[in-house]
Design a protein around this ligand. Structure first.
Ligand code: ATP
Length: 275
């Protein structure tokens, strides 16, 4: 194909089209996302980078319509998941989509896991919510998912509570519950920031291997360009609620076009060349 550089390898599974997100506060309105457009293709890892407050999380949360409303107002645009606008779905339809078609892993699993529920039940519950799985089927699938995310002795861990697990294992449980229903898109918002460096690496390697095995799309939100270089295929650079640059990671890191991207790269001296 002559125009292969412009043609995405597969159709987008998730597409942000001119998305606008405001937060209406008592004294003023924050225009957090100001007309953002980009697409995530199936089977790829797309990283969104940018300084704190640039609108990365507000954009990502829009894909599940999870920004708190109020103060959030979806002021314009669309978020197409498999071609259907998530922002136009009713709450009941959204509940069907979340966890099943698209799911999210957050920075701190302690805030997302229920401290009073056994971790295995929290994973199997996702299937109970979304399918017609029996309790036994859901338990079996949860055990498989716990095993797949590298939790040793899943039978024993299944019955434990979040506080009995290390931070790294808790993050693995979150990933298991995000993936157990086999969504086509996984959003990971700073998934390793709360972990120590060795564990960070293990969790990133796990995400990359799961992404490859299942061929899902991963939208990775991070401020760490080293992580982007190691895990992502493409990158979107955001600043002040807008996209300033999009492209193949290697291309953006070696030949950035936006001055802001150049500044970001210059501020990351430990960045190693992309293989
Ligand atoms: N729930 C909220 N209520 C009010 N303002 C919000 C809310 N969520 C985000 N904002 C504002 O929207 C803007 C974008 O925030 P967002 O969290 O998307 O940035 P970010 O790029 O993800 O930053 P960080 O890397 O620090 O997470 C910021 O000005 C932030 O204060």
């Amino acid at each position: 194909m002559t125009d292969s550089a412009q043609t995405p390898p597969t159709a987008p599974v998730l597409e942000f089209r001119d998305l606008r997100v405001d937060f209406a506060l008592a004294s003023s309105t924050v225009h957090a996302v100001r007309g953002v457009s980009f697409a995530v293709n199936s089977g790829e890892t797309l990283a969104v980078v940018g300084e704190s407050g640039s609108g990365k999380s507000a954009t990502a949360l829009s894909a599940l319509r999870l920004n708190p409303e109020p103060p959030c107002v979806y002021a314009g645009g669309q978020v197409l998941l498999d071609g259907k606008d998530v922002l136009g779905l009713r709450e009941k339809e959204l509940r069907k989509v979340r966890g099943a078609r698209i799911s999210m892993v957050f920075q701190d699993p302690m805030t997302s896991l229920d401290p009073l529920q056994r971790v295995g039940d929290q994973v199997s519950e996702v299937l109970r919510l979304h399918g017609d799985h029996t309790r036994a089927e859901a338990r079996r699938a949860a055990l498989t998912a716990l095993d797949e995310v590298g939790i040793p002795d899943p039978e024993r861990r299944y019955g434990q509570y979040p506080h009995e697990l290390s931070g790294g294992l808790r993050q693995r449980v979150m990933i298991a519950s995000a993936l157990v229903a086999r969504p086509s898109v996984l959003i990971a918002d700073e998934p390793t920031t709360a972990l120590d460096v060795t564990v960070q690496r293990q969790i990133l390697e796990l995400l990359v291997s799961l992404q490859r095995r299942h061929g899902m799309a991963v939208l990775l939100i991070t401020h760490d360009l080293g992580v982007v270089a190691e895990t992502a295929d493409r990158v979107v650079v955001m600043r002040h609620g807008e996209v300033v640059e999009t492209g193949d990671v290697h291309q953006v890191f070696t030949r950035p076009t936006a001055p802001y991207t150049r500044d970001l790269l210059a501020a990351t001296p430990r960045l190693e060349p992309v293989a």
